[in-house]
Design a protein around this ligand. Structure first.
Ligand SMILES: [Zn+2]
Length: 134
C-alpha cells in the first residue's frame, strides 16, 4: 500500500478506471462491447487523451467491430492501439450524444436489446456510420 500511496496520480488513474467499469456494470451487466466498456473507462480516467491521439496517428486504426470482445487476447503491440481507438471513440460518443444517451444505451444493452438497435435508438445514428469515422 505504501508503494501505491507514493504514486498517487497512478493510483487515482487506476481507481477512476475501475470505478467507471463498476458503474458501467451496474447499468449493464452484459452486452457491452469491449470498445465501449474500455473506451469509457479510459476516456474518463483523465481528461487528457493526447497519448491516444498519438497512438491512433501512428498506426492504421482498428475497426470498432474488431473490438467487441475483451482485450485480453490482444498482442503487446495491438493492446495500446485498442485502448487508444476505444478511448477516442468513447470521447466522440460523449461529445456527440452526451452521458445521458450513453447511460440509456448501456441500460438497453443490459436489458438484452441488440447492440445495433440500441445504438440507433439512443445515439440517433446507425453504428455503421459512427464506426466508419476515424
Ligand atoms: Zn479497463
Amino acid at each position: 500500500m505504501r508503494g501505491a500511496l507514493d504514486q498517487r496520480p497512478e493510483l487515482d488513474r487506476v481507481l477512476s478506471h475501475e470505478f467507471m467499469h463498476a458503474l458501467i456494470r451496474t447499468l449493464a451487466a452484459r452486452g457491452v462491447p469491449a470498445w465501449l466498456n474500455e473506451g469509457l473507462a479510459t476516456a474518463l480516467e483523465s481528461g487528457n487523451l493526447e497519448w491516444a491521439e498519438r497512438q491512433a496517428a501512428a498506426q492504421p486504426p482498428l475497426p470498432l467491430r474488431a473490438l467487441t470482445s475483451g482485450f485480453g487476447r490482444l498482442t503487446g503491440a495491438q493492446a495500446p492501439l485498442a485502448y487508444a481507438t476505444s478511448a477516442l471513440a468513447a470521447r466522440r460518443l460523449l461529445d456527440e450524444a452526451g452521458g445521458f444517451a450513453i447511460a440509456s444505451l448501456l441500460r438497453d444493452l443490459g436489458e438484452g436489446v441488440a447492440f445495433e438497435a440500441a445504438f440507433a435508438h439512443r445515439i440517433q445514428r446507425p453504428f455503421a456510420e459512427f464506426s466508419t469515422i476515424p
